[in-house]
Design a protein around this ligand. Structure first.
Ligand code: HSE
Length: 432
């Protein structure tokens, strides 16, 4: 009891959408937070390069500075929340804060995925806390539950819809029968997609997040530069319509599996059965589906971004740290990468595949194509033959049984070379 501090001071670096959300939660739920921690939590100082930007909250402007050093070097600040994102200069700020004895909370997925290990080790060796719940799934509790409530399990598989922007685009493409570019432009106008959408639509954001989840789930560091990544730019209205006809939805999936002690970690569009729980995750919502022994299947669902959702997770972390400060138990959970597991290449991946191709429309075309699949030991489970509306031309859609990725790639190389095949238009993995 003697150790309980009457006041625990927090400094926020990055006073944008999430920073303001955090500040607001501390005002709104001050009484409950104080009761839960046993201390008053005070946002003593906030730092931002742009002091004048419009902010949706009332706050005491005397706490605002443009100099993060005023937080990092303030001996009265116990906990620093880094909410600027990106590697540089966030990494230097966090390292300096840890070395000054501060506990750190961050939402920074890119930094975590690229150099979380050194920061965790630095904090852990000093018995300080370094929490990052917000980095994956925004408001969804997933990292702390994996490290605590699920610590008795062997995590076998993690499948997530962890990028709200791409899920919003794919949902609207499916609902309104629009193409990617049209929905992207509208999403940008509405503020759901960035002006430069690369980080989201090409799967970088999802790759950072699944690298973080896999490293915790499988207790092994994952090098994010080696995570296979494919975005959603090639998904067309046609593929979405054929997926529906075949009983699937197309989602940008972040997948991590442990197979025979090795890891598969990948991000790509995938067809999932319409009755899979992830298929009903729409618009900007995120969800993470976990299979673990002994708990079985779990799904964590909620808003993956925004002031309130992300603010909730940041404040949750700050409260956890504050409780640890009061009980003298900071640094309890540091880096959990106790093993070094091999990251498999895509050649090891086995799943079903959807393939759409354009051909000439004459007898023997489908049998010529199926002969090539057969010769490569790829078995077919469904075929749709469609007219294209152009005379002499046809479209066919093929779904394979589970097959090794190289066999499908070799089949498609040979099929593309057939004189009757005009083009292999798309190839999408199917995750059952
Ligand atoms: N850009 C991310 C998304 C939100 O679209 O989900 C922050 O992680």
């Amino acid at each position: 009891k003697d150790k309980v501090k009457p006041v625990i001071n927090v400094g926020i670096i990055g006073f944008g959408v999430v920073g303001c959300g955090v500040y607001d939660i501390f005002q709104r739920n001050a009484r409950a937070i104080e009761l839960r921690v046993g201390s008053k939590l005070v946002v003593k100082r906030v730092a931002d390069t742009d002091p004048d930007r419009p902010r949706p909250i009332e706050f005491d402007r005397s706490i605002l500075t443009t100099n993060p050093e005023e937080i990092i070097n303030d001996p009265e600040i116990d906990i620093v929340a880094e909410l600027i994102g990106g590697v540089d200069p966030a990494q230097d700020y966090i390292m300096a804060a840890i070395r000054n004895g501060k506990h750190v909370v961050t939402a920074n997925k890119e930094l975590l995925a690229k150099s979380g290990h050194s920061l965790l080790v630095e904090a852990g060796e000093r018995k300080q806390d370094f929490y990052f719940e917000t980095s994956v799934g925004g408001g969804i509790p997933i990292i702390n539950p994996m490290k605590t409530s699920l610590a008795g399990n062997h995590i076998r598989e993690i499948k997530g819809i962890v990028n709200g922007t791409t899920n919003y685009i794919l949902t609207r493409m499916a609902e309104e029968e629009k193409d990617f570019e049209e929905v992207l432009t509208e999403a940008q106008a509405l503020g759901y997609a960035e002006r430069d959408p690369t980080n989201d639509v090409d799967g970088h954001d999802a790759a950072y997040k699944i690298a973080i989840l896999a490293s915790i789930g499988f207790m092994s560091r994952v090098d994010v530069s080696e995570v296979y990544r494919e975005g959603i730019r090639n998904i067309t209205q046609k593929d979405i319509a054929y997926a529906k006809e075949l009983g699937y939805k197309i989602k940008l999936l972040a997948i991590a599996k442990e197979i025979d002690g090795q890891m598969q970690v990948r991000v790509h569009p995938a067809m999932i059965p319409v009755n899979h729980p992830l298929a009903s995750v729409s618009h900007v919502y995120n969800a993470i589906y976990i299979n673990a022994d002994p708990v079985g299947n779990l799904m964590f669902y909620g808003r993956g971004a925004g002031a309130e959702a992300a603010g909730s997770a940041v404040v949750g972390d700050i409260i956890d740290v504050a409780r640890n400060i009061n009980t003298g138990s900071t640094g309890r959970i540091s880096c959990t990468c106790f093993e070094e597991k091999v990251l498999q290449s895509m050649d090891e991946v086995q799943c079903k595949h959807y393939i759409r191709m354009k051909t000439t429309d004459k007898p023997g075309v489908l049998s010529a194509i199926s002969t090539v699949f057969g010769a490569n030991n790829v078995s077919i489970t469904a075929v749709l033959a469609k007219s294209t509306g152009e005379p002499g031309s046809a479209e066919s859609i093929w779904v394979t049984h589970t097959a090794p990725e190289p066999s499908v790639r070799l089949s498609l190389e040979a099929i593309s070379a057939l004189p009757v095949v005009t083009e292999v238009s798309n190839w999408i993995r199917v995750e059952e």
